[in-house]
Write a protein that binds this ligand. Structure first.
Ligand SMILES: [Fe+2]
Length: 403
């Protein structure tokens, strides 16, 4: 995070004695890039290494689908069943060595704590609300929030009672960052950035839990999940400070950048990862030059894959693409508006759609779960019989303004 935050009690100086009721607390430096990157310093009631028991190690297994043909894809995710919890219920759709993209509709509560020991996470809350309980304090979330969780954060989801949850989950072995071009040399977000520090929300309240008993913490490490049992509640921190902590940013707080003629996708960038970006397409005024074509030109993303998740908006009246749809435009192929849509878009002044896009520089592999959601038709949506031009109203992709 590009700012300093502190919750609870910390001593006046680093690395000096800090006691509670006479007992010396355990100081933990949690940092990135050796001791050169961002870090936070936490003060525990117990040593975080104090493991009572080693539970099982479960390797991560992925069921890959290698399609017979290389083509554009449309996955309809709306009807996926609820299953598992906020971690075990993540259903992997596509992945490469830089990022994993999953869907999650949890059916049950986590009865353990989780920590990703080998990657950062961004969880987009499409539907649902609640609190992410973390070792850094409580982090409330609501629909439209990106919940950014740096590696090493011990957490547990506490969804609001009776509220269904639907998440789009990104996990990366690299770092999730705010694009460098938005930050000055001191880390402050600059005037041209589409959001500001006031839009970024750190944990609100640190609750130090002094419970003893058996507490399971599941840690993602070395391509699997290792469970550890502690004899104390893992939220035993009395205070912490630093630059490393989970936070939220609402897609509704993204300030769209518009222009006289069409602005390219990087203007929608929200996060940067290694060899991938996450972008937010938000309701906005469209291009205002009298001759502007307000929807995108065809483009060949020769070195990237484009995954778009449709969150909300006016495409819902169209056949084919709906809320919960995912389109994947893989590398090596051109794509653009379907026949008739560029003409139809002329004169449009605004769009109300809301979507999350992930572009990767390296090819994405698909899972059998993605195969089961593939409509098998989208790749032909640009085709029309020469003698019978399709009406734009019947176009399965609808008018979308950003891809
Ligand atoms: Fe595109």
């Amino acid at each position: 995070m590009p700012f300093y935050h502190r919750l609870g009690d910390v001593p006046r100086k680093r690395h000096v004695q800090f006691r509670e009721n006479g007992t010396l607390l355990t100081e933990e430096v949690m940092g990135l890039e050796g001791f050169s990157g961002n870090e936070s310093i936490l003060y525990h009631l117990h040593s975080p290494c104090r493991v009572k028991e080693l539970g099982e190690f479960v390797p991560i297994e992925r069921e890959e689908w290698v399609p017979e043909h290389h083509a554009h894809r449309h996955l309809d995710t709306r009807g996926i069943p609820q299953e598992g919890d906020e971690v075990t219920g993540r259903r992997l759709l596509m992945w490469n060595n830089d990022v994993e993209i999953s869907l999650c509709r949890p059916a049950e509560r986590m009865d353990y704590f989780f920590r990703n020991g080998e990657g950062d996470e961004v969880i987009f809350v499409h539907e649902g609300s609640g609190t992410l309980e973390t070792i850094f304090g409580d982090l409330p979330f609501k629909p439209g929030d990106y919940v950014v969780i740096p590696r090493g954060t011990t957490y547990r989801f506490l969804p609001d009672e009776g509220v269904e949850q639907r998440y789009l989950v990104f996990e990366t072995p690299g770092l999730i960052e705010i694009p460098k071009r938005y930050r000055n040399q001191y880390g402050q977000l600059m005037e041209h950035a589409p959001f500001y520090h006031r839009d970024l929300h750190p944990p609100t309240e640190l609750k130090t839990v002094r419970e003893r008993g058996d507490f399971a913490v599941k840690v993602r490490v070395r391509g699997g999940y290792q469970t550890y049992v502690h004899d104390f509640h893992p939220f035993d921190v009395v205070g912490w400070d630093g630059y490393l902590f989970p936070w939220t940013f609402s897609i509704h707080d993204f300030e769209p950048i518009t222009g006289r003629i069409h602005m390219p996708p990087p203007s929608h960038q929200t996060f940067a990862g290694p060899n991938f970006v996450i972008c937010s397409f938000c309701p906005r005024k469209l291009d205002f030059d009298p001759l502007a074509v307000p929807i995108p030109y065809h483009h060949s993303n020769l070195q990237s894959e484009e995954m778009i998740y449709y969150v909300d908006g006016n495409f819902s009246s169209r056949k084919g693409i709906d809320v919960g749809s995912i389109t994947l435009h893989p590398s090596g192929l051109p794509h653009g508006p379907q026949p008739g849509l560029a003409e139809k878009s002329l004169g449009m002044t605004e769009t109300h759609e809301l979507a999350v896009m992930c572009d990767t520089f390296n090819p994405l592999r698909l899972t059998t779960f993605a195969r089961d959601l593939d409509d098998g038709k989208y790749q032909f949506s640009w085709y029309e019989e020469p003698a019978q031009p399709a009406s734009p109203d019947e176009n399965p992709a609808g008018v979308t303004s950003h891809f």
